[in-house]
Ligand binder design. Structure first.
Ligand code: GTP
Ligand code: MG
Length: 224
């Protein structure tokens, strides 16, 4: 009887010791995985870096100017096959471009009359404005100018790239005429403002024939 009691006490002690050892091992393991200050610090740093590397490019301009064509032209890979098949944007259109230094997030808001009232809502969150103009749409150049200057008044410091698109069309105005028609000379000297000629729709041809794309991309990477 006494022997049995000794064996039972010994077994209880062994189970208790094993349990404690297991508990200590598990606590140590989870403390290292969950609470390590170094791990927490590095995950915060990673999130911050991810956030810091994103830059938003807002793409605006009247309907039919070529905003979606710009986004398609800049999209690498599969989308290239769909170039030249743009439909009017009924809301917004988004595309990301991974550059070595950062991620460029392009956001196009449709240029139809009903959508233009929303343009201002997106200005404050953006790093660069790309304003696309149909250089051949002569009758609507005054409207394109009025809408551009409305945007410029709201964000006096925002860098702006104006693209004089559809330069392939015979009735397109030249870049200097566009400068005049859009009253770009009246824009404050301290604003970063660029006017580039472009031909963004290649009707299914390769990127090389979409004139202005590489220049636009390089310029944007410098501005953001
Ligand atoms: N000839 C010519 N056509 C172009 C050029 N760029 C765009 N287009 C055409 O113009 C039309 C309108 O282009 P989109 O890119 O859809 O215009 P958008 O500014 O996105 O228009 P919304 O989405 O309606 O605001 C399409 O049929 C394009 O194929 C260009 O450089 N030359
Ligand atoms: Mg569009």
């Amino acid at each position: 009887m006494v022997l049995l009691r000794h064996i039972s006490v010994a077994l209880t002690a062994a189970v208790a010791a094993l349990g404690s050892a297991l508990f200590l091992a598990l606590s140590y393991f989870y403390r290292r995985r969950v609470w390590s200050p170094r791990a927490e610090y590095s995950s915060i740093r990673e999130e911050e870096e991810e956030e810091r590397e994103k830059r938003q490019v807002l793409v605006l301009g009247l309907d039919g100017a070529g905003k979606s064509s710009l986004l398609q032209g800049l999209t690498p890979g599969e989308a290239a096959a769909r170039r030249g098949r743009c439909r009017p944007t009924r809301g917004f259109n988004f595309m990301s471009l991974d550059a070595p230094a950062c991620q460029l997030d392009f956001l196009e808001i449709g240029g139809g009359e009903d959508l233009r009232r929303y343009w201002l809502d997106y200005l404050r969150r953006t790093h660069v404005l790309v304003y696309v103009v149909d250089s051949s749409d002569r009758s609507r150049l005054p409207l394109a100018k009025a809408e551009l200057h409305r945007l410029l008044r709201v964000e006096p410091q925002l860098p702006v790239v104006v693209l004089g698109n559809k330069q392939d069309k015979p009735d397109a105005v030249s870049v200097s005429e566009l400068h005049e028609a859009l009253s770009l000379g009246a824009v404050a000297d301290d604003r970063k403002l660029f006017l580039l000629a472009a031909q963004l729709d290649s009707k299914g041809a390769k990127r090389r024939s979409c004139q202005g794309l590489d220049t636009v991309q390089d310029l944007l990477l410098q501005l953001v």
